[in-house]
Design a binder for this molecule. Structure first.
Ligand code: SAM
Length: 260
């Protein structure tokens, strides 16, 4: 395609992922809307409200980390929730993403948020591979979020282990990701939709069929809700209950883990 997709060696998933997101950074909202029929906005709102993080009045400010945070949706939402519900105007967030184009898009969008007017910026955009997080110290974060990012990792378990490492004891891991539809009939409708309609939409909207094809395949390959919950346990987290909440019949799911 015109994004040089084909020049990437096929075995180099990280480069491929880099290219996919460079090519979509500016078309990003459209892509998400197409992928989820617009529902990703509701899922993200629900994710943020469910977590409901924020320093309680008089409490210590919190340290948030949003990995694969791309364009900042989750980060701005977390800061907003903390401010409006707890008058928390002190907690800080790092948005970490492997792709500088996505981070640049996030920085641009940040300028349109109310947080851009604060004298001490509480948000930092940091290029980092979520599987490594080498610039994030051990036991330093209160909340780790990742939305629609972890399925792109070459080594998901390494990503979970890194999440565990950087969280403080008592810290919370929360992941929003496409998952497995739990009803066979709906699943077959959704599979047809995603394998035929989505690449076509990608071609029409972004002139980029391959990137959308890749995204569909990455969703298909991602582990089931139960398997992913067991990987979160494997990383060392305490996983309450079944460990997840299905959204829209499992098209997406929220997984939670606590570092004890
Ligand atoms: N969290 C944002 C949201 O929900 O709108 C962005 C999600 S976007 C679909 C996926 C993001 O994951 C991209 O910004 C991509 O660059 C990032 N990503 C992919 N692999 C990554 C890795 N190994 N480490 C960090 N970020 C990664």
């Amino acid at each position: 395609t015109h994004f040089g997709f084909k020049q990437v060696p096929v075995d180099s998933k990280e480069h491929l992922v880099g290219n996919v997101f460079s090519s979509v950074a500016s078309n990003y909202d459209i892509m998400n809307d197409v992928m989820s029929l617009g529902v990703h906005r509701l899922w993200k709102d629900h994710f943020i409200k469910k977590l409901d993080v924020g320093a309680r009045p008089g409490g210590e400010p919190l340290e948030f980390l949003d990995v694969a945070g791309g364009t900042g949706d989750i980060a701005f939402g977390l800061l907003d929730n903390a401010l409006s519900k707890y008058s928390d105007n002190k907690s800080k967030i790092i948005v970490a993403d492997i792709n500088q184009d996505m981070l640049n898009e996030g920085k641009k969008r940040f300028l349109n948020t109310k947080f851009a007017y604060e004298s001490n910026s509480r948000i930092e955009f940091l290029q980092q591979n979520g599987q490594v997080l080498d610039k994030i110290p051990d036991n330093s974060k209160d909340v780790y979020t990742i939305a629609f990012g972890i399925r792109n990792f070459t080594d998901i378990q390494a990503g979970l282990n890194a999440a565990y490492r950087v969280l403080k004891p008592g810290g919370i891991f929360a992941c929003l990701e496409f998952s497995k539809v739990n009803n066979p009939i709906l699943d077959s409708i959704y599979s047809n939709y995603s394998f035929t309609f989505l690449p076509l939409m990608g071609q029409l909207i972004a002139n980029d069929r391959e990137s959308y094809q890749y995204l569909v395949e990455s969703i298909k390959k991602f582990p089931s809700q139960d398997k992913f919950a067991s990987m979160i346990r494997e990383a060392g987290f305490y996983v309450p209950g079944v460990g997840y909440e299905n959204l829209s019949f499992g098209i997406a799911a929220i997984h939670i883990g606590v570092k004890l």
